[in-house]
Design a protein around this ligand. Structure first.
Ligand SMILES: [Ca+2]
Ligand SMILES: [Ca+2]
Length: 223
């Protein structure tokens, strides 16, 4: 078969052109698809549009209980390492003083953080609160991902990669978070006061809330 025979009819020429187009487009398609999966480029109709954005959260928790007398202090440490994005770091101190008969003389908790061992430009915080049970005591919280709430929302007029770029912890928040907790014990002013109430149990809970971003096209509701 010579070259003349290959291209002697319009149909054969057409088939040859189609084959060449296929050979060029096929590898190009497979080079492009992984970029779509990675969210580096936006695919097809889903370029800029409406997206449902959600956060699948997994907490890393460290819990400890300390019984402390009046004026006692306790240093607590939380070592954080995670491959996932971190939404926020939280320190929660809970206590419930039910030692005194009747109302009043409620113990309290106070604390100050030391964030110098954590990667990032975090500011130290302090807090205090009464030991009145439930979610009393105090809570300190730092956003590692800016403006993190973990609430689902609908994004409009953005590409998937723009949304992913917005929700990122930039590798911050790893390292050692620390705080010093101080007990304030209140007891009735009598010789028996310190027998009635001389200490309190403080529950210390550190949480690093990690998340995975879930992005899917919003379902268009036709009116
Ligand atoms: Ca008390
Ligand atoms: Ca007490």
């Amino acid at each position: 078969m010579d070259i003349q025979e290959l291209f002697d009819t319009p149909r054969k020429i057409g088939m040859f052109a189609g084959s060449v187009a296929f050979l060029v487009l096929f590898p190009a398609y497979f080079a492009w698809m992984p970029l779509v999966d990675e969210g580096i480029v936006s695919g097809g109709s889903g370029g800029s549009g409406n997206w449902e954005v959600g956060f699948m959260e997994t907490p890393i928790v460290l819990q400890d209980t300390q019984v402390m007398g009046d004026g006692d202090t306790h240093d607590t440490f939380f070592d954080v390492a995670s491959e996932m994005n971190i939404g926020y770091i939280e320190l929660d101190i809970d206590c419930n003083d039910n030692d005194d008969p009747g109302p009043g003389f409620t113990d309290s908790a106070e604390g100050t953080s030391d964030v110098s061992g954590a990667i990032g430009d975090f500011e130290d915080q302090s807090g205090d609160g009464m030991c009145s049970g439930g979610d009393s005591g105090f809570t300190l919280r730092w956003d590692v991902t800016s403006n993190y709430s973990g609430s689902n929302y609908t994004a409009s007029g953005m590409s998937e990669s723009e949304i992913r770029a917005e929700w990122n912890d930039d590798g911050l928040g790893r390292g050692t978070w620390a705080a010093t907790i101080t007990a304030d014990i209140s007891s009735p002013p009598s010789p028996l006061g310190s027998i009635v109430d001389s200490d309190e149990e403080y529950e210390i809970t550190w949480t690093a809330m990690t998340y995975e971003l879930i992005i899917q096209p919003a379902v268009e509701m036709e009116a």
